[in-house]
Each structure stands twice: as structure tokens, then as C-alpha cells.
Design a binder for this molecule. Structure first.
Ligand code: FES
Length: 120
């Protein structure tokens, strides 16, 4: 299988019931992964352009359900099943869903990447 141009990492971390931080799985993220895969497949981009993957905690728990899109390096928050088609459409075309962005794309506090110092 080819290395994709784009990845959608869906947090499926689950914490014990009653944990104060909650978790994306508790909010239904395990259902988002297959829905995204199906949506990408319907658009004909699943096999070579965009892959949706389950991942562990993205440390965006307060914004869950959290989805990280790379290489755009944007995090979506509060994702629901109703957002799956918009996410798939945007990812298939190399775009983002601005209304869902909670970090990155100039929305929040992502530090700019810095080059390693040349000093020894
Ligand atoms: S539990 Fe999903 S980002 Fe932490």
C-alpha cells in the first residue's frame, strides 16, 4: 500500500468511566474511524491519497473528539458523525474544514517550527 499524501488521525483513546479528563472514545470516536474510511473510499481516495487511522491520545482531550490532519498539521475538535463527509471532502482535495479547527492554521497556539541551531 502506498504512503499517502494525507493522514487523518482519529483519537480513540478510552479512559475509565468517570475519569475527570473524559476521552474521545467515550464521546464516540471509535465510530468515526470506520465512517471516515468509508467516506474516503466513496471518494476514491482511500487507497492512495488519504488514510484515516485510529490513534492514541492527542492531548487535546478537552476538544474531543479530536482528529489530527497531516501534513496540514491542523487539529479538529468536537468532531461528530455529521462532520465526516466535510472532513473527507476537504482532505480529498487538500483542504481543511475551518469550522472544526481548534489548533493550527493560524487558529491557536501552535509554535512555528524552528530550524536546529547551527551553533556547536
Ligand atoms: S482522549 Fe482524545 S485527545 Fe485525549
Amino acid at each position: 500500500m502506498p504512503f499517502r499524501k494525507r493522514y487523518l488521525f482519529v483519537c480513540t483513546n478510552r479512559r475509565p468511566d468517570g475519569h475527570p479528563k473524559g476521552s474521545c472514545a467515550e464521546k464516540g470516536s471509535e465510530d468515526i474511524v470506520p465512517r471516515l474510511k468509508e467516506a474516503l473510499a466513496k471518494r476514491g481516495v482511500a487507497k492512495d491519497i488519504v488514510r484515516a487511522c485510529a490513534t492514541g491520545c492527542l492531548d487535546l482531550c478537552e476538544s474531543g473528539i479530536a482528529v489530527l490532519q497531516e501534513p496540514e498539521h491542523v487539529a479538529y475538535g468536537g468532531v461528530t458523525a455529521n462532520d465526516v463527509d466535510d472532513i473527507a471532502d476537504a482532505a480529498a482535495q487538500g483542504g481543511i474544514v475551518a469550522r472544526l479547527v481548534v489548533h493550527g492554521a493560524g487558529v491557536a497556539d501552535v509554535p512555528e517550527a524552528t530550524e536546529p541551531s547551527a551553533a556547536h
